[in-house]
Design a protein around this ligand. Structure first.
Ligand SMILES: [Fe+2]
Ligand SMILES: [Fe+2]
Length: 275
């Protein structure tokens, strides 16, 4: 099974990269399943129902989120009628929406997707390790699920790597999101789980984590806000990770970075031949 995971879509530049490039990639790489983190898709802050649909129409099967999930208040309402939009599973009981769901891939595989949020240097939710473990136990890989994908939305590299090792052998893929900067440590862990500390963002990298440079730079220099954060609108890089998952075991067999367009060095999975 061929899976593509794309990092946080930031503003219009990120959305344009996804809508322009993803339909072709789904076809060219014969993708069976696509997950896109959409927490910054609406002007850098949150996601609307219309934008969720835009990402799904472009080829996403599931849209995950993170700490910005409720920035657009309408998300609190429409998430209840959109099973393909996930929020972190470790929000308190009673929070709208869901943090995990089982989907069917284009190849007929049963794909469990889980979204969780870290606690180090972030708003501290419930224990993400226990939260993810409960979802995996309820729908185990090789039994009720043919593949299990975890988006761990967290600030620190250490917490994300700990989650990768915690789940090694029990899920197909653990990817970190939230820092908007891709790491070069994509690999398959010893027990067969694909892992990457952070997949980066789909956005304009000529920026400070996707935002126009002046305001964030000014706040570092003067410690006084002088305006609002606005997403950078230059040419965006589509940033994510491509993973081949064994249909029989649900473990990852190949993993490679994806960086297309914009300011970053370009990368494509060499193991999926372009037609
Ligand atoms: Fe983000
Ligand atoms: Fe985030």
């Amino acid at each position: 099974m061929r899976l593509l995971f794309l990092g946080d879509v930031v503003g219009r530049a990120g959305r344009t990269a996804v809508t322009n490039r993803l339909p072709d990639l789904v076809e060219r790489w014969s993708l069976d399943f696509v997950v896109v983190n959409g927490e910054n898709a609406a002007g850098g802050f949150g996601i609307t129902e219309e934008i969720t649909q835009e990402l799904l129409d472009a080829g996403a099967d599931v849209v995950t989120t993170g700490n910005h999930v409720w920035d657009q208040r309408e998300a609190l309402v429409f998430i209840e009628r959109q099973p393909r939009l996930l929020r972190p599973v470790n929000y308190p009981r009673g929070t709208p929406g869901r943090g995990a769901n089982l989907f069917i891939g284009r190849n007929g595989a049963r794909v469990l997707v889980i979204n969780a949020m870290g606690r180090v240097f972030m708003d501290s939710l419930d224990d993400p390790f226990a939260g993810v473990a409960a979802e995996v136990a309820a729908c185990p890989l090789g039994e009720q699920a043919d593949a299990v994908i975890v988006d761990f939305h967290a600030e620190t590299t250490s917490e994300k790597q700990a989650m990768g090792h915690f789940l090694d052998g029990r899920v197909s893929l653990v990817v970190g999101t939230h820092t908007h900067t891709p790491t070069a440590d994509h690999r398959i862990l010893p027990e067969g789980t694909g892992f990457m500390t952070d997949v980066g963002m789909c956005g304009d990298y000529d920026s400070v984590i996707g935002m126009e440079k002046d305001e964030p730079l000014g706040r570092f220099l003067r410690k006084i806000p002088s305006g609002r954060f606005a997403p950078a609108l230059g040419d965006a890089t589509l940033s994510g990770v491509a993973v081949e998952i064994d249909d029989r075991t649900g473990k990852a067999t190949k993993i490679g970075p994806v960086r297309l367009g914009g300011a970053l060095s370009q990368a494509e999975p060499a193991f999926w031949d372009a037609a």
